[in-house]
Design a binder for this molecule. Structure first.
Ligand code: TTP
Ligand code: MG
Ligand code: MG
Length: 394
């Protein structure tokens, strides 16, 4: 009798214990879930990518309305073997594209007007656009004169609506500069950049956090940040054309195929990109390039051009401020078939002799007639260096 009673009590205690631990476990899960949600919410970023439409051409059409409405390109003239920097959308209808030789562009579109670039005007327009950007955030990362990422996660404008900020930026640029910009809004850089291209020209495209999944699924892998022609082909051979197919691969398998880039592919296929918007546009290098009217046939004729290029480089170097220290010298050689090579040398001097050596090696990589020569110097950012020192000392 006593034994049965004890057994009953033990069973009761055990049941009670189980019920309590189940409740505690449930509460634990709920807390974790809420914490996670909160963290996600806190780290949810709002990134805008802005890119001007046919930027150089847009400025030219604005400043000379006679050029508008007809095919227009900005670039070097065909008889001087120039290249197209960009063209308006009318010219694009004929197949004219950036980096195409002007001669070829004229074959595609005989009515094409080609005007010379006016870099000062483009730089000025870029400055004005950045002044507008700064009204919404200080976190701006320029990628070139005509495009930038903005992190507006903490912006108080329009109740924090990134979409409305983007609309406002587009409206203000159009009213003030009389050119159009396209914008993309997304939770990260990679998607924001794709989004700005999605409705080009003069468009806005928004990818909200809950649309990321569906948007990325249908995306071609060639749209992924860092996937060029070669990687896209390699992926294609594995039967991976879009991101939904890429997602079928686990991380390890992708790393085996693509090294460390495999991990990045795994993330991008899920719409994950943690890169920050860096609001520091410090220069990486300074250089001078020249495209020659007639190909330089051999090494000797290339070497003859060096002193002239180095003179111009010296003038430009004299203009950089003291927060930079000149670093490695480098040369760039573009051969007549548009293949190109860049060569730099740590520890080498920035004298004529060093550049001669570099140019000789670079030329020998192709051994073909040369259309463009460039010389430059990598820059060490002393400001960045000091900031790092401070970090280490803390
Ligand atoms: P992009 O933004 O690539 O092109 P875009 O603004 O002309 O046209 P889109 O509407 O497609 O954005 O480049 C910005 C400027 O940079 C462009 O106006 C000219 C210059 N550029 C070159 O000089 N050479 C090049 O090969 C490219 C792609 C651009
Ligand atoms: Mg552009
Ligand atoms: Mg651009």
């Amino acid at each position: 009798m006593v034994v049965r009673l004890r057994l009953k009590r033990t069973v009761k205690v055990l049941v009670l214990y189980t019920v309590v631990s189940e409740i505690l476990f449930f509460l634990h899960r709920v807390t974790l879930f809420l914490l996670h949600e909160h963290r996600v919410e806190m780290t949810q970023r709002k990134i805008i990518h802005v890119d001007c439409d046919c930027f150089y051409a847009a400025i030219e059409m604005r400043d000379d309305p006679r050029l508008a409405g007809k095919p227009l390109a900005v670039g070097g003239s065909a008889d001087r073997r120039g290249v197209i920097a960009t063209c308006n959308y009318e010219a694009r209808a004929y197949g004219v594209r950036s980096a195409m030789s002007s001669g070829h562009a004229l074959k595609l579109c005989p009515d094409l007007t080609i005007v010379k670039p006016r870099m000062d005007a483009y730089r000025e327009a870029s400055r004005e656009i950045h002044t507008i950007f700064r009204d919404y955030t200080e976190i701006i990362e320029p990628l070139s004169l005509d495009e930038a990422y903005l992190d507006v996660s903490d912006s108080a404008h329009f109740g924090g609506s990134a979409t409305r900020i983007a609309q406002d930026i587009r409206r203000r640029v159009s009213n003030q500069l009389h050119i159009t910009v396209s914008a993309g809004v997304a939770p990260n850089k990679f998607l924001a950049k794709i989004a700005s291209d999605w409705k080009k020209p003069n468009g806005l495209f928004v990818i909200t956090p809950d649309q990321v999944e569906a948007f990325v699924s249908g995306l071609s892998v060639s749209k992924l940040h860092g996937v060029g022609k070669v990687t896209a082909e390699r992926l294609g051979k594995l039967g991976i054309v879009d991101c939904s197919q890429l997602r079928e691969w686990d991380k390890l398998a992708l790393v085996r195929e693509f090294g460390s880039f495999g991990e990045r592919l795994w993330s991008l296929a899920r719409g994950i990109d943690d890169r920050l918007v860096h609001n520091d546009s410090r220069r990486q290098s300074i250089s001078v390039e020249n495209t020659y009217d007639v190909d330089l046939p051999d090494l000797r004729s290339c070497l003859e051009k060096l002193p002239e290029l180095l003179d111009t480089l010296a003038t430009r170097m004299a203009r950089i401020d003291s927060s930079y220290r000149p670093g490695k010298p480098f040369v760039k050689v573009k051969f007549h078939d548009f293949t190109q090579t860049t060569l730099e040398q740590a520890g080498a001097g920035r004298d004529l002799g060093s550049y001669q050596l570099l140019l000789t090696q670079a030329f020998n990589r192709g051994g073909k007639p040369v259309r463009l020569l460039g010389v430059g110097v990598r820059l060490e950012d002393l400001r960045g260096g000091f900031e790092q020192m401070e970090l280490f000392e803390r």
